[in-house]
Design a protein around this ligand. Structure first.
Ligand SMILES: [Zn+2]
Length: 402
């Protein structure tokens, strides 16, 4: 067994930080967690890590990411490249995502089912990466948001078939485009795209087969249409209003905020994407202002909130430390660090339907956690201050983060 001794633990359940806490790990799972002076030493402990003065949090979970795209090139350009090149670059992406503390992700719009191959390769142990849920291809109307990488479909019957194709390929979730988006030039983010009837057919197909359904939404019309269609999660939700917030609470739908993507770091930008960055600046600024209202409204109404980086979704959304950035953004939007950590661990685990295994540090769960050198409750940016990342009870090689 492995013993992590005498840490301050933020377990992801929403409980306050627990000082002087130890964690016993048996294989890939947490065997016991509790006061440091109550460790059962009757069974052999092969390795002890002294975590005195350190902080342990659950591995972060990204509920909205595009692992096949590098977040440094515009997607329509990127996908013209050789498929094998993209796949190999994505291996590096997944390794660095894991090494920066994110131990589970939900890919929410893949590339030609490469994400399924990546998921299988990680599970087989060919290289290190986070646990993965996948969605297959984006599903949009003809000419809809992200059409260059999507399965275009029109009418309820075709939507049903499109959903089943993704599930056949191995998807756990389907991703539907309910409004326009910023990453597709010339689109109105307020305008609706897939209709209620179209989305309802796809959602029914997903639910029948035990999968979840999520939709890209900025404008309130798309949010409302998605909820009328029975969507499990609304992604972005930039223009949430009173009516749609109340519908979300009533239906138990989750709002997956993607705050970093609306607030990109423009200092460190590759020259090749400057034009695209300039084009996106104005629409992103408008979105950013509304997203602040959305966060306030969602909290007031008690909407279930999740969080995703949208890394890879456009050239301003890099993968490196993307969930650390989301945590910083959540705190900047008025949440306490403890609430923000709960959203990125426990809440995201529930959105991924994985709360039995990941998201909280409890006996029986997978031993996915991050040891931090500084207190994330005092300064959330300490989630970047990583001492070690563990997935399935094994330490991740830190040199993977390049
Ligand atoms: Zn996205």
């Amino acid at each position: 067994m492995l013993l992590i001794e005498n840490a301050t633990v933020i377990d992801g359940t929403g409980r306050a930080a627990q000082p002087n806490t130890s964690i016993l790990i048996d294989g890939e799972r947490i065997a016991w967690i509790g006061p440091a002076d109550a460790v059962d030493r009757s069974k052999p402990i092969e390795q002890t890590i002294d975590a005195g003065g350190k902080y342990v949090i659950p591995g972060l979970i990204d509920a909205h990411v595009h692992v096949c795209w590098n977040g440094r090139e515009s997607v329509p350009e990127l996908i013209k490249r050789n498929r094998d090149d993209l796949l190999l670059e994505a291996v590096t992406t997944l390794r660095s995502v894991l090494a920066s503390g994110t131990t589970a992700v939900r890919d929410i719009g893949g590339q030609d089912y490469m994400e399924m191959s990546l998921q299988r390769a990680v599970e087989a142990g060919h290289f290190a990466g986070p646990h993965m849920r996948t969605s297959g291809k984006l599903i949009c109307m003809t000419g809809g948001h992200g059409h260059f990488a999507a399965r275009e479909a029109d009418g309820p019957e075709e939507l049903r078939k499109a959903a089943r194709e993704q599930i056949k390929a191995g998807a756990d979730n389907i991703k539907l485009m309910a409004t326009g988006g910023v990453a597709t030039p010339g689109q109105d983010v307020q305008a609706g795209q897939l209709t209620v009837a179209e989305m309802a057919a796809a959602v029914e197909a997903a639910h029948t087969m035990g999968c979840t359904a999520s939709s890209h939404c900025h404008g309130a019309l798309g949010i409302k249409n998605s909820l009328l269609a029975g969507m499990d999660s609304v992604e972005h939700g930039s223009y949430l209003d009173e009516e749609t917030a109340e519908m979300m609470v009533e239906q138990g739908a989750a709002l997956v905020l993607t705050l970093g993507v609306a607030d990109p770091d423009l200092d460190d930008l590759p020259a090749a994407v400057r034009t695209e960055a300039e084009r996106m600046q104005e629409p992103l600024e408008t979105l950013r202002a509304h997203v602040r209202e959305t966060v306030t409204l969602a909290r007031e109404k008690g909407v279930f909130i999740g969080s995703g980086s949208d890394a890879g979704g456009n050239p301003l959304a890099p993968h490196d430390f993307s969930m650390a950035r989301e945590l910083e953004e959540l705190v900047d939007h008025g949440l306490s660090p403890l609430e923000a950590i709960g959203i990125v661990t426990r809440n995201n685990a529930r959105i991924l339907r994985w709360e039995d295994e990941v998201g909280m540090l409890e006996a029986g769960k997978l031993a996915d956690f991050v040891i931090l050198a500084g207190d994330p409750l005092a300064d959330i940016s300490n989630v970047r201050n990583i001492e070690a990342v563990y997935k399935n009870g094994e330490r991740v090689n830190p040199s993977q983060r390049i």
